[in-house]
Design a protein around this ligand. Structure first.
Ligand code: AOS
Ligand code: ZN
Ligand code: ZN
Length: 388
């Protein structure tokens, strides 16, 4: 007897997680970036690596790009390259955090010329989205200030609205803007989009095609993230997740590694709020693999999301509601924890095999010798990094 019902298996089969192209490049801390042989040298190779993750798991059919890191001469060519490998191009991430001009802001800058440059960058991203067939433009802003008094907080919020309005007006009918929030870093006193409330206020003022992006690493320690997930779903404004895990700050570690229970609680609220396999809610990863191999790092990540989704699907909703209604605190908690403590791995392995996938994608990938093969093939050129 399978652990899962047919309906639960159907949910698991539909699950799709978007991979970030930058996860396949070399990354590190401000102290050192460790290079790995075989690291992609261009966006084409990053997509080939992402396609491997999908090949072994059937969980990652799309790849998010970052502009300018993934700029190419022909997006048609990049698109057919991806399609030829069985994946599609996904979210386009903008970048207004690397130019000297943006030292004091981009979309919020006091100087109209700098704002113009930042807005134009986003309009270029929308043009690229038409070529790549992407739906979402994801905006994360590195804007803020370090010292009290340094910036006019209110003026910046007003300019942000004006800039976003111009970008929003350029979106096609099927396109969306997702605005990510982050409570600190690179600025340390204030950030212009620090929390879900600010992101919500800004996107609500734009219209239906603007949504909030929730990066799990962008909250103060102790924040109840699943509550935010519930609220945004309730408001119809949860556009996407950037999944990763953290111990201290924005660590960008493998999702589910630091706190699998938190991931379980988040996915439970996603299911409760109708967000699972709902095209309006994109599941993306936003991670860096500093010391571990990148392709298996991504395989581990999507499997972690799948495992916690499988566990969350096992919560006995009726029993939970009955306990909640009758005020049976300990029974409600038992029902919830029973699902969390269920080891779904053997059942998932069996189910994968029944679909022609490897029972253990990590082991199958390791046995394929693919990492050694790309290390040998990808010589010459410059390895991609977080930022190139
Ligand atoms: C930055 O902290 C954000 O998480 C961004 O989503 C992302 O890491 C960056 O934009 C890479 O594209
Ligand atoms: Zn992010
Ligand atoms: Zn981040």
């Amino acid at each position: 007897m399978s652990l899962f019902t047919t309906e639960q298996l159907a949910q698991l089969e539909q699950q799709a997680i978007e991979l970030p192209s930058w996860a396949f490049g070399n990354s590190g801390t401000r102290f050192k970036v460790f290079a790995t042989p075989g690291t992609p040298r261009d966006p084409f190779e990053k997509i080939a690596d992402a396609a491997k993750v999908h090949e072994y798991t059937a969980l990652a059919p799309t790849v998010a790009l970052h502009i300018p890191w993934d700029k190419v001469d022909s997006y048609d060519e990049l698109r057919s390259h991806a399609e030829g490998l069985g994946v599609a191009l996904g979210t386009i991430n903008s970048n207004t955090f690397q130019d000297d001009d943006y030292k004091f802001g981009a979309l919020t800058h006091e100087d109209a010329a700098v704002r113009r440059k930042a807005i134009d960058h986003h309009l270029e991203c929308i043009d690229i989205m038409h070529a790549t067939g992407s739906r979402d433009l994801k905006i994360w802003l590195a804007e803020g200030s370090n010292y009290p008094g340094q910036a006019d907080l209110r003026g910046r919020q007003d300019r942000l609205h004006e800039s976003l309005s111009e970008i929003y007006a350029r979106l096609g009918d099927e396109q969306r803007l997702v605005l990510e929030y982050k409570f600190f870093e690179p600025a340390f006193y204030h950030t212009d989009v620090p929390d879900w409330g600010t992101s919500y206020a800004q996107v609500a003022a734009l219209g239906d095609k603007a949504m909030v992006c929730l990066d799990t690493g962008h909250h103060a320690p102790g924040t109840n993230i699943e509550f935010i997930v519930m609220q945004l779903l309730r408001l119809g404004k949860l556009g996407s997740f950037d999944f990763n895990s953290r111990f201290y700050a924005d660590d960008d570690l493998i999702v589910g590694a630091a706190d699998p229970f938190q991931l379980f609680r988040i996915v439970f609220e996603v299911i409760r709020g109708g967000g699972l396999n709902n095209p309006d809610v994109a599941f993306m990863l936003d991670q860096c693999h500093n010391v571990e191999d990148k392709i298996p790092g991504q395989i581990r990540s999507v499997l972690n999301v799948q495992e916690m989704t499988a566990r969350a699907l096992l919560v006995d909703g009726e029993a939970l509601r009955a306990a909640q209604r009758s005020g049976d605190v300990l029974e409600a908690n038992r029902v919830f924890m029973d699902a969390f403590y269920t080891d779904v791995r053997p059942a998932l392995a069996e189910w994968r095999e029944s679909r022609g996938l490897p029972a253990d994608p990590m082991a199958a990938f390791a046995a394929s010798g693919h990492l050694a093969k790309i290390a040998e093939e990808r010589v010459g050129g410059v390895q991609a990094g977080w930022g190139a």
